[in-house]
Design a protein around this ligand. Structure first.
Ligand SMILES: Nc1ncnc2c1ncn2[C@@H]1O[C@H](COP(=O)(O)OP(=O)(O)OP(=O)(O)O)[C@@H](O)[C@H]1O
Ligand SMILES: [Mg+2]
Length: 238
């Protein structure tokens, strides 16, 4: 049974052509279009099975983050369907899901709740979460004072200590320092060996080709290749 179904998905964004009220007014009088539709994704379809690890590859602007946001439910498609089965944890933007005025401790509870954990479950895992993140010293500091690496540490730590079925990771590992990246990768491999489904976006092609079996290559918002990750990476480098 598939964990993720993406069926003929289209996602457009509006590109603005005016940058002042006056210009907007003049353009409207002349009946010039104020915006044009930009096709970020057009007709994308694939299925990801239980326990698969998939790399989403492509150059800047090819639609990878948009695709992950659709899978996580942050965005909805204009056309087509995105279905997921099970709990989804998305590590998509550094600091997303964190409330700047709350402390690290409070944000752990907030994020865990978003991922579907009860207060009791979070209490039980709290120490482990903090220990993995290695930022216990700052756990009662408001997160607006955190560095991007500290955000990552906390967000990653919460996500991997929750019962998730699908883990989506967008580039965010790159803000961690090398020791923490290694630790995260080891943990991601462990989750994969336990049968979790992974979708990973990264420009570190060596990393993704060793972590993921399958690669989906996006080019201009459409699928250019879907197959073994090594072949997808070779196409990226071609
Ligand atoms: N909210 C938005 N409004 C307008 N355009 C957007 C929006 N989000 C994304 N886009 C556009 O959609 C295209 C795809 O963006 P996306 O972030 O998915 O690319 P990406 O493959 O993740 O690129 P990168 O490797 O740089 O992270 C880009 O051209 C981007 O400008
Ligand atoms: Mg991106």
């Amino acid at each position: 049974m598939p964990r993720i179904i993406v069926d003929d998905v289209h996602k457009d964004f509006k590109l603005r052509h005016t940058h002042s009220i006056k210009e907007t007014f003049v353009a409207a009088l002349k009946r010039k279009p104020l915006t044009t539709d930009f096709h970020a994704l057009s007709g994308v379809g694939f299925e990801i099975g239980e326990g698969e690890s998939v790399a989403l590859l492509g150059f800047n602007g090819s639609g990878k983050s948009t695709m992950l946001k659709l899978i996580s439910g942050v965005l909805t498609p204009d056309e087509g369907k995105v279905l997921t089965r099970g709990r989804v944890a998305g590590l998509i933007e550094v600091g997303a899901g964190f409330h700047p005025d709350l402390s690290g401790r409070e944000n752990i509870y907030l994020n865990a709740a978003i991922l579907g954990m009860t207060k009791k479950e979070t209490d039980e895992r709290f120490d482990e979460i903090v220990e993995f993140s290695e930022i216990s010293q700052f756990i009662d500091t408001e997160v607006k004072h955190y560095s991007s690496g500290m955000f990552l540490r906390l967000a990653f730590s919460v996500a991997i200590h929750t019962e998730v079925d699908i883990l989506l990771i967008d580039e965010i590992l790159s803000v961690g320092d090398e020791p923490f990246q290694k630790k995260c990768l080891a943990r991601i491999r462990e989750l994969h060996s336990q049968g979790k489904t992974l979708v990973v976006v990264s420009h570190d092609l060596d990393m993704v080709s060793s972590l993921c079996e399958r690669g989906i290559l996006l080019r201009g918002g459409a699928i250019a290749f879907d197959g073994p990750s090594k072949e997808a990476v070779a196409l990226m480098r071609a």
